[in-house]
Design a protein around this ligand. Structure first.
Ligand code: BGC
Length: 745
C-alpha cells in the first residue's frame, strides 16, 4: 500500500467510525489530538472554538435556532451551554455526530452550588470554613450534573471581593486570599473528583480571570483599576490555586483591568496563565465578552475583537459569534497565524479526549444514572449538613437560642418564612418546580411536636413600602412565647448584574422588626441574603440573630436544627459586614497608615478614620458565635527566633467551657511589623475547625514556615524579609485571644 492510499484509508476510517477510534488505545492523548487536528479544515477548527447557548434557559440575547442546527451538523459548534438532561444532551450530541468529522460537543452549564439538590450559595458554604464539606458539596453537584449529560460546570468563581455592593459576592469565597485559595482548590477537587474521564466528574472552570471582583463602585461589569501588587498578592492566588488543583478550564471576565479588557488581555491570559503558570487547559470567554470589547471602545468591530481575543489567549468564544464570523478571514489575511488557532483547538480537543467523548460521545447521557443520581436522598442529607454548617450566629444575648422544644406558641413572621424559590439563590439551575425545597415554615413544622403551636404572619413583602401587614404580625407576636422573624433579600437581589448601592435590609423589614420588638416578646431574627447586609437597629436591639444566607434545598430543616439546638452553629463570616455603605470597600487585612485610627474606635480627627463614624465594621471577618464558649490558653512557640529554613511549631489549648458540644474555627493571623512594603495589620495564615464536647480540651498545633511569612516585595519578588512578626490566634479577626512575637533572622 502506498503512503498516500494508507492515509486515505485512515481518513475514510476516521470519518466512518467518527474520529473516535483512530489507533485509539495505543496512542497518547496528544497523538490522538494531533491525528484529529490533521484532518480538520480551517472552518472545522474554528467551529471547535465556538460555543452557543441552547434556545432554552438562555442567560443572554436570543439566537437563531434553525441556523444553530445547521451549524452543529456542519461541525461549526464545538460546545453548547444550557443543554442539560440525559435525553436532551444525547439528542444534541447526535446532531454533532452528523458532522463530517463527528467530533463530539462539550455541554457546559452553570452548576454553581448543586444541580437538582441545591446547596447553600457558595459564600454561605465558605462560612462553614469546612473545606471537606465544601469539596463534598461540589462533588455532589458534579455527580448529579454528570449524570444529566453535562461535561463542564462554569464554577468555581474564585473572584475575591471586598465590596458587598457587588451582587456576585454570593458566588465567591469572600474577601480573603488565603481562605479563597483553599476553597478554590477544594471546589476544583470536588467537581473533578478522581479526574476527567470518570462519569461522575465534570470539568471545573475557574472564573472570572481576572480581577472581576474589584469592579469600581461595586457595579457589575465595571472597570478595574488595580496595582500589580494588589493583583499578585490578593486577586491572583485563588486562580493559581485552582490551576494547580488541575482546573480543566478558565473563564475570562467582562471587566477591563487598567484599561485592557480581560478578554483581550494578553498579559493575563498568555503571559501569566499560559506562560508563567504553564496552564494546559483552555480559556473560554465570558458570555459575549469578545464582542463586548467593541462596547468598551477597545476594538472597532467584532473582526478586531476576534483578533484581539485569540491573540490574547481566549480559546473559546461563548456566544459572541466573533470567532465564527471572522477568524477564517483573519487567518487568510495573515493576521492570525494558523498555529494560534491550532493551539486553541488542541487545548479543547484534549479535554474532549480526557473526558472520553471520542471513545463514547454519549457516556454522560445515561438516563438510568440520571434517575438514580439527580435529586437523590443521600445528596439531600449532605446538603442539609452543609446548610447547618453555613449558618452564622451573630448574636445570642442571654442564651435565647436554642429554643426549647416545649415552647407552647411560636410566632413565625416575615416575607421569607414560606419562600422556597429564594432559598435557592440566584444561580441555582432553573427548575420549573421547586416544591421539593424545604421552606423555613416547613422546616419548623417538621421539627416541633404537637404540643407547640406555630402562628404565621407575613408582615410585609421584602421590598414593601406598606405597613398594612404589621397589625396581623403584631397580633401573632402577642399571642406567642417567642417570635422568629425571617427577613432579607429575594433571590434576584444578589447575583450577576445585581449590584446594589443600598445594602440595608430592603423595604420596611427593619420597621417590622421594630414593631415586633415593641411587643416585648423575645425575638429571633433570621437574615437570608446573598451578601452582607446592613441592619444596625436589629443588630443593636434584637437579642438573637442568625445569618442564614440562602441555604438551598434543605434550608428550612437546617435552620430548624439550629434554632432548636439539634445543631450548634459553627459558621464564621467570610466577609466583613460594614456599618454603612460609606465604609466600602472594607476588609480586615487593610494596610496600616501613618495615622492609624485610635484603638478606642471613636470617630477621629486627623486620623485615618471618619469624623462621623467609627472605622470598625459591624461584624468582622471570621466572626460567629456558638451555643457554647471556647477558652484559649497555654500558647507555646517551639522557638521565637528562626532562620529562613526553620519553622515554628505553635501549640495552645482550646477548651469547650460551655454546656454544649460545639465546633470552633480557630484562626491564626500574622503581622509583619516592618517590611520593604507596607504590610496588612493582620493576615489569615492558617485555621482549623475542631469539635469539642463540653469540658473537653484539645491541643491545637500550627506550623509557621517561611512560606507563611512571604509576600511580594516592591519588585514583585516572592519571599520573606527578616524582622519581627506578631502572632495572633483567636476566634475572629477582631477577637484575638492569644498573642506572641517571633523573629525571622
Ligand atoms: C456569567 C458567567 C456564566 C456565563 C454563562 C455570564 O453572564 O458572567 O459567570 O458562567 O454567563 O451562563
Amino acid at each position: 500500500m502506498t503512503k498516500r492510499s494508507f492515509i486515505a484509508l485512515c481518513f475514510t476510517a476516521c470519518i466512518t467510525a467518527g474520529t473516535h477510534d483512530v489507533f485509539a488505545q495505543k496512542k497518547t492523548i496528544d497523538q490522538r489530538v494531533d491525528s484529529v487536528l490533521k484532518l480538520m479544515t480551517l472552518d472545522e477548527k474554528i467551529g471547535q472554538l465556538n460555543q452557543y447557548s441552547s434556545k432554552e434557559e438562555v442567560t443572554g440575547p436570543e439566537s437563531d435556532k434553525s441556523s444553530l442546527l445547521l451549524e452543529i451538523k456542519a461541525g461549526k459548534v464545538g460546545s453548547m451551554l444550557n443543554v442539560r438532561g440525559a435525553d436532551r444532551t444525547r439528542r444534541t450530541q447526535e446532531l454533532a455526530l452528523q458532522s463530517r468529522l463527528k467530533i463530539p460537543m462539550l455541554f457546559g452549564q452553570d452548576v454553581i452550588h448543586g444541580y437538582k439538590v441545591t446547596f447553600p450559595i457558595p459564600l454561605a458554604e465558605v462560612a462553614s470554613w469546612d473545606l471537606q464539606a465544601i469539596e463534598q458539596g461540589s462533588r455532589v453537584a458534579a455527580i448529579e450534573a454528570a449524570a444529566a449529560g453535562i461535561h463542564w460546570t462554569f464554577a468555581p468563581m474564585v473572584d475575591l471581593s471586598r465590596d458587598p455592593r457587588w451582587g456576585r459576592v454570593m458566588e465567591g469565597a469572600g474577601e480573603d486570599t488565603y481562605l479563597g485559595s483553599l476553597v478554590a482548590k477544594a471546589r476544583v477537587k470536588g467537581f473533578q473528583g478522581k479526574g476527567l474521564g470518570n462519569t461522575d466528574a465534570v470539568m471545573a472552570c475557574a472564573k472570572h480571570f481576572a480581577a472581576y471582583g474589584a469592579a469600581v463602585g461595586g457595579r457589575d461589569y465595571n472597570s478595574v483599576d488595580m496595582s500589580e501588587r494588589t493583583l499578585w498578592e490578593w486577586y491572583l492566588p485563588p486562580f493559581k490555586a485552582a490551576a494547580e488543583a488541575g482546573a480543566a478550564t478558565f473563564m475570562n471576565s467582562f471587566n477591563d483591568m487598567n484599561g485592557v479588557p480581560a478578554t483581550g488581555n494578553a498579559y493575563l491570559q498568555r503571559d501569566i496563565l499560559k506562560g508563567k503558570w504553564k496552564y494546559t487547559g483552555f480559556v473560554v470567554s465570558d458570555w459575549g465578552s469578545i464582542g463586548e470589547m467593541v462596547n468598551h471602545g477597545f476594538v472597532k468591530d467584532k473582526y478586531e475583537a476576534a483578533l484581539s481575543a485569540i491573540t490574547a489567549g481566549s480559546d473559546m468564544d461563548m456566544e459572541s459569534r466573533s470567532y465564527t464570523a471572522n477568524l477564517a478571514k483573519l487567518v487568510k489575511e495573515g493576521k492570525v497565524p494558523v498555529a494560534l488557532i491550532d493551539d486553541a483547538v488542541k487545548r479543547i480537543l484534549r479535554k474532549k479526549f480526557e473526558l472520553g467523548l471520542f471513545d463514547d460521545p454519549f457516556r454522560f447521557s445515561n438516563t438510568q444514572r440520571e434517575t438514580e443520581m439527580v435529586g437523590n436522598a443521600q445528596h439531600r442529607a449532605i446538603a442539609k449538613d452543609m446548610a447547618k454548617k453555613s449558618i452564622v450566629l451573630l448574636k445570642n444575648n442571654n442564651s435565647l437560642l436554642p429554643l426549647s422544644k416545649t415552647t407552647k406558641t411560636i410566632a413565625v413572621v416575615g416575607p421569607l418564612v414560606k419562600s422556597e424559590d429564594d432559598m435557592l439563590g440566584f444561580w441555582s439551575v432553573g427548575w420549573p418546580d421547586n416544591s421539593d425545597v424545604v421552606s423555613q415554615w416547613e422546616g419548623l413544622q417538621n421539627k416541633v411536636s404537637n404540643n407547640t403551636r406555630l402562628v404565621y404572619a407575613k408582615g410585609c413583602e421584602v421590598s414593601d413600602t406598606s405597613h398594612a401587614g404589621f397589625a396581623e404580625a403584631i397580633a401573632a407576636a402577642q399571642s406567642a412565647d417567642v417570635v422568629i422573624v425571617s427577613v432579607g433579600e429575594r433571590r434576584e437581589m444578589s447575583g450577576e448584574a445585581k449590584s446594589r448601592a443600598n445594602i440595608h435590609l430592603p423595604g420596611v423589614q427593619e420597621e417590622l422588626i421594630q414593631a415586633l420588638h415593641a411587643t416585648g416578646k423575645p425575638l429571633v431574627v433570621l437574615v437570608n441574603a446573598g451578601r452582607p447586609l446592613v441592619f444596625n437597629w436589629t443588630a443593636d436591639n434584637v437579642p438573637a440573630i442568625a445569618y442564614t444566607w440562602w441555604l438551598g434545598s434543605e434550608a428550612g430543616n437546617a435552620i430548624a436544627d439550629v434554632l432548636f439546638g439539634d445543631y450548634n452553629p459553627s459558621g464564621k463570616l467570610p466577609m466583613t459586614f460594614p456599618r454603612t455603605e460609606g465604609q466600602i470597600p472594607i476588609y480586615y487585612n487593610y494596610l496600616n497608615t501613618g495615622r492609624p485610627a485610635p484603638d478606642d474606635d471613636k470617630p477621629s480627627n486627623y486620623r485615618s478614620g471618619y469624623i462621623d463614624l467609627q472605622k470598625s465594621p459591624k461584624f468582622a471577618f471570621g466572626y460567629g458565635l456558638s451555643y457554647t464558649t471556647f477558652d484559649y490558653s497555654d500558647l507555646q512557640l517551639s522557638k521565637t527566633t528562626i532562620g529562613s529554613n526553620d519553622s515554628i511549631i505553635v501549640t495552645f489549648k482550646l477548651t469547650n467551657s460551655g454546656k454544649y458540644a460545639g465546633e470552633e474555627v480557630v484562626q491564626l493571623y500574622l503581622r509583619d511589623e516592618v517590611a520593604s512594603v507596607v504590610r496588612p495589620v493582620k493576615e489569615l495564615k492558617d485555621f482549623t475547625k475542631l469539635l469539642l464536647l463540653p469540658g473537653e480540651s484539645k491541643t491545637v498545633r500550627f506550623v509557621i514556615n517561611k512560606e507563611k511569612l512571604s509576600f511580594y516585595n516592591a519588585q514583585l519578588k516572592w519571599g520573606a524579609e527578616p524582622g519581627r512578626f506578631n502572632l495572633m490566634i483567636g476566634s475572629a479577626s477582631n477577637d484575638i485571644r492569644l498573642k506572641n512575637k517571633f523573629e525571622l533572622k
